[in-house]
Design a protein around this ligand. Structure first.
Ligand SMILES: C[S@@+](CC[C@H](N)C(=O)[O-])C[C@H]1O[C@@H](n2cnc3c(N)ncnc32)[C@H](O)[C@@H]1O
Length: 282
């Protein structure tokens, strides 16, 4: 992977402290929205745990997502502006990224978002961004194959000779692969859904790459935060996923990706990102 420079230690202690302050505040907000969700419907967590965690996270994201989307790591916004064709938008949340797409280059876009409480905001943001008239379709599903494939079938998208393959020109994953269940299988499923020559765009936080670059402090903070309940509070989000490894393995049956242009951004941090594109062999 390129981008070794961005893996250097931060220049200032303020950057490190600022990063820690951000994650601690986010965890406190998550605790608050879990409590609000439990108070609103105390038995939901037992009746339907998945629905409950999506509800708690959805409430937090509706309150904080906009502010958390004004800046994004590296070239994320620039890359989103290049997305084209028939597109799968994985876990779009409230649609804060929709205004970064260019609707003129996109024929149809499907947003697979399991947190139903965010769909109204998602559709409104997509319309505001120029995807009116049903051009942006919010799907009530996750991106793991057992949820996504039936949803795509209902949309009439699995019409190939080999269903479940080659459906999308481009697939967008922004801050979502950290939280999908069974990441390995999910990424394999997404890879299959890409058309030959298709492109996967990622902007994902990952495990701190220490000791192969990164920083011991960032890695240690990830371990501590996971230990004190990050995953539970953040609806299944993990700080320690080797997402690049999963993407590499998904393309292995085809002998790898045709091309990869992915960089670490803030490789030193507690929440380091990988940002870029991977193109499937044609
Ligand atoms: C941190 S938010 C990011 C939202 C959006 N991608 C963005 O960056 O503005 C993570 C999103 O992933 C969604 N999500 C969680 N589990 C998912 C799954 N299994 N499949 C698809 N999306 C999922 C959450 O509901 C949430 O909307």
């Amino acid at each position: 992977m390129s981008g070794q420079q961005s893996m250097a230690l931060p220049a200032t202690w303020q950057e490190t402290a600022g990063g820690w302050f951000g994650v601690v505040m986010l965890m406190l907000a998550a605790v608050y929205y879990w409590i609000v969700t439990l108070l609103a419907d105390p038995t939901l967590v037992i009746r339907d745990y998945d629905k409950c965690r999506h509800k708690a996270f959805g409430a937090m994201w509706l309150a904080k997502g906009k502010a958390m989307s004004e800046e994004m790591p590296g070239d994320t916004f620039k890359l989103l502006g290049t997305v084209k064709g028939t597109v799968l938008d994985c876990g779009p949340g409230s649609g804060e990224m929709t205004k970064r797409f260019n609707p003129e280059q996109i024929n149809a876009i499907y947003g697979a978002e399991p947190a139903l409480d965010m769909h109204t905001e998602l559709t409104a943001n997509a319309e505001k961004a120029g995807f009116g008239g049903g051009k942006y379709k919010a799907l009530a599903c996750g991106v793991e194959p057992e949820s996504l494939i039936p949803a795509l079938a209902r949309e009439g998208l699995l019409t190939n000779e080999r269903p479940e393959t080659g459906v999308f020109d481009e697939i967008v994953c922004v801050r979502v692969l950290c939280g999908v269940p069974k990441q390995e299988e999910t990424v394999e499923g997404l890879y299959r859904l890409l058309k030959p020559g298709g492109r996967l765009l990622i902007s994902e936080h990952v495990v701190n790459p220490f000791p192969h670059g990164g920083s011991v402090v960032g890695r240690a903070m990830q371990i501590v935060l996971m230990f004190v309940g990050w995953k539970f509070l953040m609806a299944g989000c993990s700080l320690n996923r080797d997402t690049m490894g999963a993407l590499e393995r998904a393309a292995k049956p085809d002998g790898g990706w045709k091309s990869k242009n992915v960089r670490y951004v803030n490789g030193w941090a507690t929440v380091p990102f990988i940002v870029g594109t991977l193109t499937k062999k044609g």
